[in-house]
Design a protein. Structure first.
Length: 477
């Protein structure tokens, strides 16, 4: 009877942590306007899902096609249900929130060590879920429409497939590893650098004797064949990202200090990953049967070092953000006393909750209010009736692709030709979008075409929209 109550308590805790994690990622779901950070990804998904022609859009305004963006576009079409209007941003954002929820729910699939998994005790996966639910980097990626959430789920799926192969070596789990690797490479070609860093971590964690014992040439061939098959499908669909970018060293002495500090603070949840790594290194390094602990302890510093050679961590940001809660749950599960695990776990969750509130508060300081976003969407949407008389449909006077993409979102359906630039005005577009601080240089004939309202993309950064009104309904698009 006691086991039944324990199982019920674990199920309740699982649902509670999952609900909190989804609730923390949902506030931005119904925002009418995208933020500059997510707008290029949203336009990329819209190009895949709505069939937009972006050949004459500025480079970087819409992200290149990828498996994540194509799946998000299909999801948006499903939730939209057809009609004349284009899918709203929430139809795309719900896909990212769903991937984040699946990521949280999939952590227990890593299993217990007595069954070939990574956690020592049954509450270890729950603590890892709690840490993932409160991780600032994972919450941020879940709130915004970002391929980060898709890559995080792919990384977790790779660990689950590796755990399945370690427990049940066979062609199915080997094929799953190959397919997941191909999908990750399709989303970001720089994942190849992450895989190169993980290979020595696997060698250290598993050990040469165990590698020789597990080596099956047929299974390796199956994994390679599955990866090549998925690669061929993605290439045929135009969803392959190309070649990996070359690493580069941070410039300046300050960058060498600031870059690791930012990664430990943001990606590693305020240093929680570093503390968990110390625990796993000391605990796993002295026990030969703790292979998963040694693997995680070796993978973390390698990924942290690799992230220094790419802006914002590059593809290494994903394993750093994912390893943080996993290592935290593994380190806690190594403590034999239940009450000690509870005290330390609750203390870590309280710290993460406070840290999440502080970091999210600072990150959302410049986000426009819901009223400002609705006004921006209405102002830009009203300009869609401007007659098409010039070769360029929309010109945005800005040098940032994120701002251009955010302003283009309500106009994407009728904007085959878009131009942007931060210097000078060009009266060569049907719709001209100009920052409020630069209205003094407008020619008088252009100034008379101003539409009421402003389009605010961030606090203190608003744009005015200039577009002629149609003289008759036939002129409107």
């Amino acid at each position: 009877m006691c086991k039944v109550w324990v199982s019920i308590a674990e199920a309740v805790a699982f649902m509670a942590v999952l609900a909190v994690g989804v609730w923390l990622r949902a506030p931005h779901l119904n925002a009418p306007m995208p933020l500059p950070q997510e707008a290029p990804s949203l336009l990329g998904a819209a190009a895949c899902g709505e069939g937009l022609g972006r050949a004459h859009w500025p480079a970087g305004v819409a992200e290149a096609p990828s498996p994540f963006l194509a799946a998000a576009g299909a999801c948006a079409r499903f939730f939209h249900g057809g009609g004349e209007e284009r899918p709203q941003a929430r139809c795309y954002r719900v896909f990212g929130v769903a991937l984040s929820a699946i990521f949280l729910a999939g952590i227990p699939a890593l299993g217990l060590r007595r069954r070939g998994g990574v956690f020592e005790t049954a509450d270890g996966p729950l603590w890892a879920m709690a840490f993932a639910a409160l991780s600032p980097a994972l919450v941020w990626s879940g709130r915004l429409f970002d391929p980060f959430s898709g890559q995080a789920l792919a990384f977790l799926a790779l660990l689950v497939a590796a755990r399945a192969y370690a427990q049940w070596p066979g062609a199915v789990s080997a094929a799953a590893v190959g397919a997941i690797v191909a999908v990750g490479l399709g989303g970001d070609a720089d994942v190849a650098w992450v895989l190169a860093m993980l290979l020595p971590a696997v060698a250290v964690g598993v050990g040469w004797t165990r590698l020789c014992l597990y080596w099956r040439t047929a299974h390796v061939a199956v994994a390679v064949a599955a990866g090549l098959a998925v690669w061929a499908v993605l290439l045929n669909l135009g969803l392959w990202g190309g070649w990996p970018s070359l690493p580069s060293l941070p410039s300046g002495t300050e960058a060498w200090v600031r870059a690791p500090a930012w990664r430990l603070v943001w990606l590693c949840a305020g240093g929680l990953a570093f503390l968990a790594w110390l625990g796993l290194t000391v605990w796993g390094g002295w026990r030969p049967n703790r292979r998963w602990a040694r693997l995680m302890a070796a993978a973390f510093p390698l990924c942290l070092a690799g992230s220094l050679f790419f802006r914002g961590g590059g593809a290494f940001a994903v394993p750093l953000a994912c390893l943080t809660p996993l290592m935290g749950g593994m380190a806690l599960s190594a403590i034999p006393q239940g009450w000690v695990r509870g005290l330390m776990g609750v203390g870590a969750c309280v710290f993460l909750a406070c840290w999440l509130g502080w970091t999210m508060g600072r990150a959302w300081e410049g986000v426009p209010s819901r009223g400002e976003q609705k006004a921006a969407a209405a102002t830009l949407g009203a300009a869609r009736d401007a007659p098409a008389r010039m070769g360029t449909r929309v010109r945005v006077v800005t040098g940032e692709v994120g701002e251009c993409a955010a302003l283009l979102w309500p106009l994407r359906a009728g904007a085959p030709h878009v131009a942007m630039g931060g210097g000078g005005f060009h009266d060569d577009a049907d719709i001209l979008i100009v920052p409020e601080g630069r209205l003094g240089g407008l020619p008088p004939d252009v100034g008379r075409r101003v539409r009421p309202g402003v389009a605010c993309v961030r606090r203190g950064r608003a744009f005015r929209v200039f577009a002629p009104r149609p003289e008759n309904p036939e002129e409107a698009l």
